[in-house]
Design a protein around this ligand. Structure first.
Ligand SMILES: [Zn+2]
Length: 119
C-alpha cells in the first residue's frame, strides 16, 4: 500500500501513514496533539526497484527530473517520503534511520529546552 505524507492543521507536525488508495483522504489524527491532519505530498506510486542508475524519471512529488536511483532516494529523503514498495531489508533500514533521526531530534529538543531554562 502507498505511504502518504500528512501535516497537522494545529501544530504543523509532519508524519506519514500507510493507506489504501481509496481511503487515502481519511487521514489519522496528529500523533503529537491529536488534531486533524491534511495530506500533503503523495508518496510516488513508482518504485525505484528496477530503476537503473542512468534512467531519468519524473518526480510525482514536484515534477522535477531525477536521474537514477541515488537521485531518486535523495529526492524522497528531502521530501520525507518513503518509497512505496521497497525490499524488506531496505525498508527496515530506512525505518531505523528515521527512528534514529527522530530520537536525535528529540534529544536535541530536550537539551535545547534545558539550556533555555538555564538548568
Ligand atoms: Zn499536531
Amino acid at each position: 500500500m502507498p505511504i502518504y505524507s500528512i501535516k497537522c492543521t494545529e501544530c504543523d507536525e509532519h508524519d506519514t501513514f500507510v493507506s489504501k488508495i481509496a481511503e487515502r483522504d481519511t487521514t489519522p489524527a496528529c500523533h503529537h496533539c491529536n488534531h486533524p491532519t491534511v495530506r500533503t505530498l503523495d508518496a510516488p506510486m513508482v518504485t525505484a526497484m528496477g530503476l537503473s542508475d542512468h534512467a531519468a524519471i519524473k518526480s510525482s512529488i514536484d515534477g522535477s527530473m531525477l536521474y537514477g536511483r541515488s537521485d531518486y532516494y535523495k529526492h524522497l529523503q528531502k521530501h520525507d517520503v518513503l518509497p512505496e514498495s521497497e525490499m524488506k531489508g531496505e525498508a527496515a533500514h530506512q525505518k531505523k534511520q528515521i527512528a534514529k533521526k527522530d530520537k536525535e531530534q528529540r534529544k536535541k529538543t530536550i537539551s535545547d529546552t534545558i539550556a533555555k531554562l538555564g538548568a
